[in-house]
Design a protein around this ligand. Sequence first.
Ligand SMILES: [Zn+2]
Length: 444
Amino acid sequence: MTIPQSFIQELLARVDVVDIVGRYVQLKKGGANFMGLCPFHGEKSPSFSVSPAKQFYHCFGCGKNGNAISFLMDHAGMGFVEAVQDLAQGVGLQVPDDDISPQERERAAAARQKQATLSDVLEKAADAYRRHLRESQRAIGYFKGRGVSGAVAKRYGLGYAPEGWRSLASVFPRYDDPLLEESGLVIVGEEGQDKRYDRFRDRVMFPIRNVKGECIGFGGRVLGDDKPKYLNSPETPVFHKGRELYGLFEARTAIREHGYALVTEGYMDVVALAQLGFPNAVATLGTACTPEHVHKLLRFTDAVVFSFDGDNAGRRAARKALDGALPHATDTRSIKFLFLPAEHDPDSFIRANGTDAFAQHVGNAVPLSRFLVESASEGCDLTTAEGRAHMASNARPLWTALPDGVLKRQLLGELAELTQLNARDLSELWNPGGGAREPARAPA
Ligand SMILES: [Zn+2]
């Protein structure tokens, strides 16, 4: 997509950087400018200034500066086009693009409109769930039992979906509004319109937000031992499990402050970790970690630590996360894997061993390169030629998925040593006809 420079100028003249930054940072008027706590580095007293006259922000602490577009890119993790579109939508401008047809443009506008409508519906439900939480001693008791404070509950917008089949009927003017079904809040039975009911009933509710802070879905957990324990919104035009990470909106400042993102397995882990001093945690939503998840996360940080429960399921999840991370493991990034003792999740581990012990575990997490080698050699007897060959065949797709760079070359050396080959032979085996080889002989 090519956006003309003249449009960017017009857009920047129409938007107000104070409004845009103000969506994410609390700003106070101080003289001609607005001041706030810098969202790019941790600080206790405000050195982040936003100038309405210059339409620029500048941090006297860390030096970050820019305009409304760069703010959305750097802070909200949007791409350039996405940031421009977001701003344009806010001031009612249409982003010109010579590459797309008027029909495509119309379709895209309709899709954006639909997404905004669905988000409003979900936001309204989130409000209602929050109100219900205040009235339910059982739900409050559940969160208290997990050590969740009021402040953390508020930050994550936690709520409660009451018992009963049609609680949302009191929230929306029309319970048969198709938007309720489309947003995943209401299920319509096969028998037809009469069989409509709330998807989430008698569950504590975790609103899932996108990086802009809009509610795009929910996770719900039972209070007791009912099944299923966790229930998520279905895939909708605004919610795609394979792309979204729970808690990323809430964690993004902490991720910068702590210097890394901690990826956990569930929303309760995220909330519990925030409570226990690790507000930089996010979670996948009941799915394996995908390359898209990793890509999204890496817009906010160069360091990711995946944390897994110490059971077999955790081990399998780690293997999937490795697959998701490999294409993004460039030389400047740090991707690590943390395995907790078998009986623990992060919450129980910290409660049993303390914050420092957990921080130490994070520090000692297994680097991607080592986990790759471990995964490839799992079940292979490296004292036999057959075992080494098997390991090499396991390692090939993993190694191939890595982007070119020093890490990849080093791993080739390491894997060659383990297979008792030299690196060139291994490279030749894995890249027949390609790669850096000796000059080709004259064709036969
Ligand atoms: Zn700063």
